[in-house]
Design a protein around this ligand. Structure first.
Ligand SMILES: [Zn+2]
Length: 485
């Protein structure tokens, strides 16, 4: 059997991460980069199937937490953008504009939404009337467009991406604060507990906030090359937005007041990138059970009637259980070749059926998490899968969590930051301030070390003990420093 095996994918992920990523996108047919508009790619079925499942998990949680779904127009008039100064300054360089309708020049430019605050807020001003309407919680799944000038990479950074944006209206700052907490919990509940992605939520420094935000909280995940990648972020916006869009409500005391606004943006295509990157190995992809485009692949050893019949019987049984399952009938490929192919595609479980299995009433099982084969009794298949699916996800999460924890190290000098970052670590240290006065120190780190101050950790309080590692003033914060995408 061994000589039938043809290696389909073999790139060392730790050593050549960039090559690994490009290769797996191509080999597993995740995205086709040949589309003829720069920065735009075609997402292929293997990605879309997983992303659809990812959307579903996120939307289910949002709806359970009382967010209502909307579909907003893709275009936003220029005047909406111009209402809030910080927002327009932050986003204008990235906007694609529609200027013609047919051969007529439009009287007003229309933006292809880079994000939809200014679309939602326009309508919130009609919809919100009383404190009884609040909190008013919405979301939409949408694609957004940003004219990225940095190098684009499929899923990680492209000029069109797929996401969910949740926009909420509140009667007080406390309610807004409660909302961002909830958003962070949602992120953990879905991204960590279901997709298996480790991350840390940071409150971003004042110089690195969302344009127009009062406070920005963002989750950073980590790639094997040591660069962090920003995953969902959630923001409390400055009240300028409510004022600019005239979103007011009548409070319990009968007075008209401006609302508080929050927004939360989990980008599915980028989260998908992290799923590929965090779980994949030198053999290829490894999908978490619940979002695998295909959970079980059945491979017949030969095409004898009896064997074919058995594989169909198993497929039917598993489909009845709500699993996604296929049989590989491809006669062009050899038995061993199929193993490598589906391992590369990241299918969690493989079932092999041959003559021997038939006569013994057994099945050969391969599990992608342990890269191991074993035999089980055919009649125990369902109970095995039930146990396996849980164990499989736990293994993936544990592995990812451990790798992530190992990457954080304490540093005590500029030299140590430099060394840590070079080794692909996240450096933790005392730092003067995340307000304006700390910006110079952050600039120094960015220019001299090529890394960024990501912010203060949200999930636990960390007290600084000494002085700022850069300027030597008394430290008010413990911050995390890393290279980023
Ligand atoms: Zn400093």
């Amino acid at each position: 059997m061994q000589k039938n095996k043809k290696i389909i994918f073999n790139v060392n992920k730790e050593k050549n991460f960039s090559e690994w990523f490009s290769e797996i996108v191509k080999k597993a047919e995740l995205a086709d980069l040949r589309y003829n508009v720069k920065g735009f790619v075609v997402f292929q079925p293997w990605s879309v199937l997983a992303m659809e499942k990812m959307y579903k998990y996120l939307e289910d949680v949002l709806q359970r937490k009382k967010h209502k779904p909307y579909f907003f127009p893709t275009v936003i008039p220029e005047k909406n953008f111009e209402l809030e100064a910080a927002h327009v300054k932050g986003f204008t360089p990235q906007v694609f504009w529609v200027t013609y309708g047919g051969d007529k020049k439009l009287t007003e430019k229309l933006a292809l939404r880079p994000t939809s605050e200014t679309a939602f807020y326009q309508m919130f001003s009609y919809w919100v009337r009383s404190y009884k309407d609040l909190p008013f919680k919405t979301y939409q799944r949408a694609n957004v467009f940003r004219y990225e000038t940095k190098a684009t990479r499929p899923f990680l950074r492209s000029r069109e991406f797929h996401w969910i944006e949740a926009h909420c209206v509140h009667d007080s700052l406390e309610s807004a604060e409660k909302q961002v907490k909830e958003d962070m919990e949602t992120t953990k509940e879905v991204l960590h507990d279901i997709f298996g992605l480790p991350f840390i939520f940071f409150e971003r420094p004042s110089w690195d906030k969302f344009p127009g935000a009062l406070r920005t909280f963002a989750a950073d995940a980590l790639n094997p090359d040591g660069r962090v990648i920003q995953q969902p972020s959630t923001h409390i916006l400055q009240q300028d937005f409510a004022k600019a869009f005239n979103i007011k409500f009548k409070d319990k005391d009968g007075k008209e007041k401006y609302v508080f606004l929050t927004c939360y943006g989990p980008a599915i295509s980028r989260i998908f990138a992290s799923v590929i990157i965090v779980h994949g190995d030198n053999k290829g992809l490894k999908f978490p059970w619940k979002i695998a485009p295909l959970q079980v692949i059945i491979i017949p050893a030969t095409y004898d009637n009896e064997i074919i019949k058995k594989t169909m019987e198993i497929k039917k049984l598993l489909i009845k259980e709500g699993l996604s399952v296929e049989i590989d009938f491809d006669k062009e490929k050899r038995f061993g070749e199929k193993f490598y192919f589906w391992e590369m595609k990241g299918v969690p479980l493989r079932i092999e059926v041959g003559k021997k299995e038939l006569s013994e009433k057994m099945l050969t099982i391969y599990r992608r998490d342990l890269d191991k084969k074993k035999k089980i009794k055919e009649k125990e298949l369902l109970s095995y899968i039930k146990r396996f699916s849980k164990e499989y996800d736990e293994n993936l999460i544990k592995k990812a969590d451990n790798l992530f924890k190992e990457r954080i190290i304490d540093v005590k000098s500029k030299k140590e930051i430099e060394k840590a970052v070079m080794l692909g670590k996240i450096a933790r240290c005392d730092f003067c301030s995340l307000d304006k006065e700390g910006e110079k120190c952050a600039e120094f780190i960015e220019k001299k070390i090529g890394a960024e101050v990501r912010g203060r950790r949200v999930d636990r309080k960390e007290e600084p003990k000494g002085k700022c590692i850069i300027c030597n003033k008394k430290a008010k914060e413990v911050v995390y420093i890393a290279r980023s995408y």
